[in-house]
Design a protein around this ligand. Structure first.
Ligand code: TLP
Length: 360
């Protein structure tokens, strides 16, 4: 039977043999005591990469964002955030539950906020309002199809933040994808933010882990919240080793994923009923519109699954496919062929609409 081609997310990658070797040989210690040499090496490596004073290893991208929000804010503060962002939509209400903050979501242009929109959203000093404290941006932007956040918009947001005494946090789960595609190094993006989180377990291919970086004083504060949220881990160098390996061996190959995503988008765009603007596929995420077909995306995803191609329905009109380490150029050709086949047979025999609330 044909192998499953899993395009649901770049989180599905499996550790390579080389990565497993590195994990096996990792030196470990108790990281809650700060004594795990491999975790310390990873943290220093990421701090250097982002040109920040310090960094902290956490178990997930969600935790990386949530500890940062907690450390930047006090209960009752307001956080300006793009309304399609991961932190606003997919982190289980963490901002309200863990930090007691009120999100002020603003709809961007495909995930990107204009600095003027941010300025307009800042609350005046008046006891009626929750004080604005933090701005959260996402680069690349997941729901906007892996869009690279234009650096001039980031710079504009930074100037506004400085003028108004606000902090800036970057959800850089896929920052290295942005850097690979734009040629702008990670530290040039990072300089405009007080804190930056990156994920090791997405395109970089580690099984677990994210890192948040910032000033030494900020990271000290994050340490307390990581512990409070139950994220203090012990001999976790065994996992940090996978993160180091990922940065050393998998960062340079992200361009292949981008080329595969472009080819996939181009192939899908030839299929009747699929709408996709090829110019907006900048990194490793392809989001395409199937509303013209009049068939629920969940039903389409189910039909693709029967042919061993996995993609994720994104709401009522969209489907997302993500390229990564475990997907080859041949897999992309096969996915296009099968998708064309599935779409044309669905059009001949429209299925029932089977709405599901997942990821919508
Ligand atoms: N994104 C996952 C899903 O949760 C949607 C995916 O498959 O893309 N920031 C961004 C921009 C993300 O895309 C994600 C994960 C996270 C943070 C959270 O990372 P984890 O899943 O490690 O908590």
């Amino acid at each position: 039977m044909e192998r499953i081609i899993d395009l649901r997310s770049d989180t599905v990658t499996k550790p390579t043999d080389g990565m497993r070797e590195a994990m096996k040989d990792a030196e470990v210690g108790d990281d809650v005591f700060g004594e795990d040499p491999t975790v310390n090496a990873l943290q220093e490596k990421v701090a250097r990469l982002l040109n920040k004073e310090a960094a902290i290893f956490v178990c997930s991208g969600t935790m990386a964002n949530q500890v940062a929000i907690r450390a930047h804010t006090q209960h009752g503060d307001e956080v300006i955030i793009e309304s399609e962002s991961h932190t606003f939509n997919y982190e289980g209400g963490g901002g309200a539950a863990l930090s007691g903050v009120q999100y002020h979501p603003i709809k961007g242009d495909r995930g990107v906020l204009d600095p003027a929109q941010i300025e307009d959203a800042i609350r005046p000093h008046d006891h009626h309002f929750a004080p604005t404290r933090l701005i959260c941006l996402e680069n690349t932007h997941n729901r906007a199809g892996g869009r690279i956040y234009p650096i001039e918009k980031i710079r504009g947001a930074h100037h506004i933040a400085k003028r108004n005494g606000l902090a800036m946090h970057l959800d850089g789960a896929r920052l290295l994808n942005a850097s690979t595609a734009s040629g702008i190094p990670p530290d040039r993006y990072a300089r405009y933010f007080d804190s930056v989180s990156i994920c090791l377990s997405k395109g970089l291919g580690a099984p677990i882990g994210s890192v948040t970086a910032g000033s030494r004083e900020f990271i000290d504060r994050v340490h307390r919240f990581r512990k409070m949220f139950g994220g203090g881990m012990r001999q976790v160098g065994i996992i940090a080793a996978a993160g180091i390996y990922a940065l050393d061996h998998h960062a340079d190959r992200l361009g292949l994923d981008h080329a595969n995503a472009k080819r996939l988008a181009q192939g899908l765009s030839q299929i009747d009923g699929v709408q996709i603007d090829l110019n907006i596929v900048e990194t490793n995420i392809v989001v395409f519109d199937v509303s013209e077909m009049g068939i629920d995306p969940h039903h389409i995803a189910e039909s693709l699954k029967e042919r061993r191609i996995l993609m994720i329905p994104f709401g009522k009109a969209l489907i997302r496919a993500v390229t990564h380490l475990d997907v080859s150029a041949e897999d992309i050709e096969r996915s296009i062929e099968i998708a064309a086949d599935v779409f044309s047979s669905l059009k001949r025999r429209p299925g029932t609409n089977s709405p599901s609330r997942k990821m919508s």
